[in-house]
Design a protein around this ligand. Sequence first.
Ligand code: PLP
Length: 428
Amino acid sequence: NEAQERFIAQNPKSKAIHERATESLPGGNTRSVLFYDPFPLSITSAQNATLHDADGHSYIDLLGEYTAGLYGHSEPVITQAIIETTKKGLNFGSHHEDEGRLAALVKQRFPSMELLRFTNSGTEANLMAIAAAKIATGKKKIVVFANGYHGGTFLFAAGKNSPINVPHEYLIATYNDLESVHALIREPENARDVAAIIVEPMMGSGGCIPADEGFLEGLRKAADESGAVLIYDEVMTSRMHSGGGIQSQLPVDMRPDLTTLGKYIGGGMSFGAFGGKRSIMDIFDPRRPDSIKHAGTFNNNVLTMAAGRAGLEQVFTPDRAQQLHAIGDKLRKRLQEIGRGTLMKVTGVGSIMCFQFTQSSLDRIKSHNDIADSDATLSGLLHLFLLQRGFYIARRGFMALSLALTESDLDGSAKAVEDFVVEHRQLL
Ligand code: PLP
């Protein structure tokens, strides 16, 4: 309460901006994830890794727009690409060269994506990938994982409380639990009707829970056994390793049939993509008389295509990607060390991580079941504490590092977390 009262006192302008917005937006909000009590800060501008708010405070941005902000806020190559593109005109209602060039760059990094198409968001990419799987197999059921996230229209995990749910026939398995998948796909009423298994190769929004060794390979075999299409949702994880996602670490024959992407790959503009095996993606070839129509006014919008292309070509090279991955691993280990012997655990892979306040030991966190006791009050306390110290993370403890962060930013954030643990020891 004390932290919250201080927050209110220190942010009168953000408070007023939020209150004004509540007159036209429900709760002043148009992206549920961005609301937190008592009101969210109103950010007015940002450069590199620094955010500035309406009340004149600055924050080091550790949230990185939930991974879409990989390039930071004023990466010169990206900025230049956007400025130059706007001079040439916006959205022509036509094909243009950058589409094919961005697609080729994506394909280079994700060789399992033999053919791909663009969308405006990761959510749409998943809608399309699932549709493609259903068409390709002629089957209906979709294996998903409890607490998985594939976009705001797939709230299967929220069950009855969520009317916003594309009404597929979901079979909900447990992450990192192959038996739970086998049990579902072998049930007589499902056995011949599984169109797809869709999985995040690291569960992102559900708590940054990495896939166990063997889990992804097991899913490949399960998909083959049931004749289902294996879809990797790498919307968040596409930045991993040298920029080819988590699938880049698997043998070629263990990779998915379809992959969905989003977030940073559009250079920070709205973006999504889905693609994979030619035999599946060919159904979208408009030269075919029986082709499946896939529309979207902004699928090939020139800003996304140009910014995305510039970013992959010139900025987020495989070396840079590998470096960022290593920086993330190092920071997470340090934070884990700080939390040793307390409830504070830090999960994740590479540059994506999440604080959890749970009794489970780190190596025991395999699915949502193992963090069911997560204490949201402690996450909220950490969030307010870090804001007070000038570090911006998600209320639920999520962080995604950007290329703009300096060593001293990261060092400062670790020190702030250390102080949090020392000051709140009795609660942890
Ligand atoms: N899939 C995953 C794994 C995500 O993390 C997200 C967004 O956070 C999405 C899909 C949806 O992407 P978008 O917000 O671009 O619709």
